[in-house]
Design a protein around this ligand. Structure first.
Ligand SMILES: CC(C)(COP(=O)(O)OP(=O)(O)OC[C@H]1O[C@@H](n2cnc3c(N)ncnc32)[C@H](O)[C@@H]1OP(=O)(O)O)[C@@H](O)C(=O)NCCC(=O)NCCS
Length: 198
């Protein structure tokens, strides 16, 4: 079946500059340092507490680990290969539930924006979804004004299939819905981009 649950354990994925490893509770302090930043949060879905509480990252990490233990989502911590293993961002992936057209989420600490790092991370996770899990498609979304997130999807070859109303931290904006199919991904990418399984 295409989106079988429970999901398998989260593998380690490696790219040219990054190691994506499974989220752990020890990552919460790093997220508590970089996440409470309005520029980072403003186009994330409404509902994140603001001002961000001092235990916000720990609460979120615990909840994420529970969802992962139930086999519902993958959570990768993004770390730099030439860094100290500290989390600089996160990327999540989950299967299509038949309704919500959204299957991936990501953010990066502001100090790391604009170097192509999320494109690299998203490519590894997308390759895993299509080549290893053999999912047939990914629905992806972003707020219309979130140009950087829009651009990551565009660079991946996703097709913009529509917009719909949505509520974000900074207000209501249409959200763009994108479709990336396994067929289109495999046709564009050589098999050499296969991620390493941990
Ligand atoms: C979205 C986000 C993950 C992008 O990470 P990143 O590593 O900076 O992204 P990349 O460098 O891989 O690519 C960003 C692209 O957007 C472009 N871009 C960024 N800001 C832009 C802007 N204001 N206008 C036009 N293009 C912009 C970059 O130039 C780049 O495109 P290019 O490679 O053609 O030059 C990062 O900005 C972030 O964490 N934002 C806050 C959280 C968030 O919004 N997450 C997504 C929710 S849907």
């Amino acid at each position: 079946m295409a989106f079988e649950l429970p999901l398998p354990p989260t593998p380690v994925l490696e790219t040219e500059r990054l190691i994506l490893r499974p989220l752990e509770l020890r990552d919460a302090p790093a997220f508590q340092r970089c996440f409470p930043d309005w520029e980072l949060l403003k186009y994330l879905h409404a509902g994140i507490p603001w001002p961000y509480p001092p235990d916000g990252a720990e609460t979120n990490t615990r909840e994420s680990l529970e969802k992962r233990a139930r086999g519902e989502r993958f959570y990768w911590v993004i770390t730099l290969k030439d860094g100290d293993d500290e989390a600089i961002g996160r990327i999540d992936l989950w299967p299509f539930d038949g309704q919500l057209r959204d299957m991936r989420g990501f953010y990066l600490g502001r100090a790391y924006w604009g170097r192509g790092l999320m494109t690299e991370a998203a490519d590894a996770v997308t390759d895993y979804a299509f080549r290893v899990l053999e999912w047939p498609f990914l629905y992806l979304t972003n707020a219309v004004p979130n140009v950087a997130s829009h651009r990551v999807k565009e660079k991946q070859g996703a097709e913009l299939i529509g917009t719909e109303p949505a509520a974000y931290m900074s207000g209501e904006y249409p959200r763009e819905v994108w479709l990336l199919t396994r067929e289109a991904w495999i046709a564009r990418r050589p098999a050499a981009s296969l991620p390493r399984r941990g």
